[in-house]
Design a protein around this ligand. Sequence first.
Ligand SMILES: O=C(O)[C@H](CS(=O)(=O)O)OP(=O)(O)O
Length: 228
Amino acid sequence: MKFSRTFLNRLQNQSDAADTVVVIDVLRSFTTAAVALAHGARAIYPVAEISTAAALLDRMPQAVSVGAVVGGDPMPGFDFGNSPAQLMQADLTGKTVVLSTAAGVRGLQRFRHARQLYAASLVCARATAEAIRAAGAREVCFVITGEWVDRDGDEDIACADYIESLLRGEQPAPAQFAQRVRDSDFGRRFTAGSWPNLRPGDLELCAQPDLFGFAMPVHHDDGHLIIR
Ligand SMILES: O=C(O)[C@H](CS(=O)(=O)O)OP(=O)(O)O
């Protein structure tokens, strides 16, 4: 198996990886998505544009809207912010979720034509590695969504390192990757006390390796991406 990395927010090095693409967003989109599925959501539509989210919500009035703007403040008018800790308290049994976030969802849309596409975070890292192996991947490209001019993105790089190590047949110690999530530039904002919508409870959840035993393959449904 061959491995590569792409950084969503760099103009350079944007490969058009077409085999297996793993879009990583530990803080917080794909931890939020995993919690939503674990709490009963039947499907998640990751949409980048607000207009698309609005159209889907019009078509599916029972759907739950989850999202945040760049920086992490909740999307105005949505039912929930991009907060896994908040969703842990919600009963989403049988619900459809429309997820609109600034980085993770954009990464999925950017690589929507990959042969196999996964949304991944630390809470489902081992299950993601197992799903990739079972699908017979030849080339795996990890997309790092959390690197910005003022953030190192190491929460996502750590998750990529962990999944890649598992795929190489190594036995990595999960705790070191969890610590990197906490120590990342964005991770430290959750404990700084100066970002009211970035709360420590979210960081604690996002830094739990393999909390869930399922992967999040992304499929196509009537012109939209869908995670079931
Ligand atoms: O809401 C979040 O935690 C982040 C904010 S930002 O876009 O990285 O500034 O969004 P996400 O898409 O989950 O990375």
